[in-house]
Ligand binder design. Structure first.
Ligand code: 5GP
Ligand code: ZN
Length: 133
């Protein structure tokens, strides 16, 4: 998609620090400098986020997330990962091309890898009745 930064990274038009690549996906270093080892996994095809991503592309992204996560834990000295995704601006998505963040973790690494929630405002059963499928 024209003017999409991650499409340009996926096609090689804009350089990145490439961790892994296959036909449908790319894993590369996030430039945020917020936490060591921050990696993004994207489909090369443009989807805005989880809500419009086609099943084949989503499966390919999931397979690459697993491959990179196993590499981090088996070969790079990490012990686990946090996986993060924001879909839509209301959820904090800033780049409108689907991506999964991988944050490599070690015990006692001091990283707070989980969002800080303020506490539920609605009764769990009220929400359950709204969201059950
Ligand atoms: P979001 O807020 O959409 O979940 O995450 C977008 C991520 O993309 C951010 O962590 C940001 O640092 C990263 N990012 C934005 N522009 C670029 C770029 O040009 N190159 C790389 N490698 N990462 C980027
Ligand atoms: Zn794109």
């Amino acid at each position: 998609m024209k003017d999409c930064i991650f499409c340009k990274i996926g096609s090689g038009e804009i350089p990145c620090l490439k961790v892994f690549e296959d036909e449908m996906t790319l894993a590369f270093m996030d430039i945020a400098k917020d936490v060591d080892g921050h990696i993004l996994v994207i489909p090369k095809a443009h989807y805005k986020n989880i809500l419009d991503c086609e099943p084949d592309a989503l499966s390919a992204v999931a397979a690459t997330v697993k491959k990179v996560s196993l590499h981090l834990t088996e070969n790079c000295g990490y012990e686990g990962v946090n996986l993060l995704n924001a879909s839509e601006e209301c959820a904090g998505q800033s780049v409108p091309h689907f991506h999964i963040h991988i944050i490599p973790r070690k015990s006692k690494d001091g990283i707070d890898g989980w969002p800080h929630f303020d506490g539920a405002k609605e009764d769990i059963r009220t929400v359950f009745e709204k969201v059950r499928m």
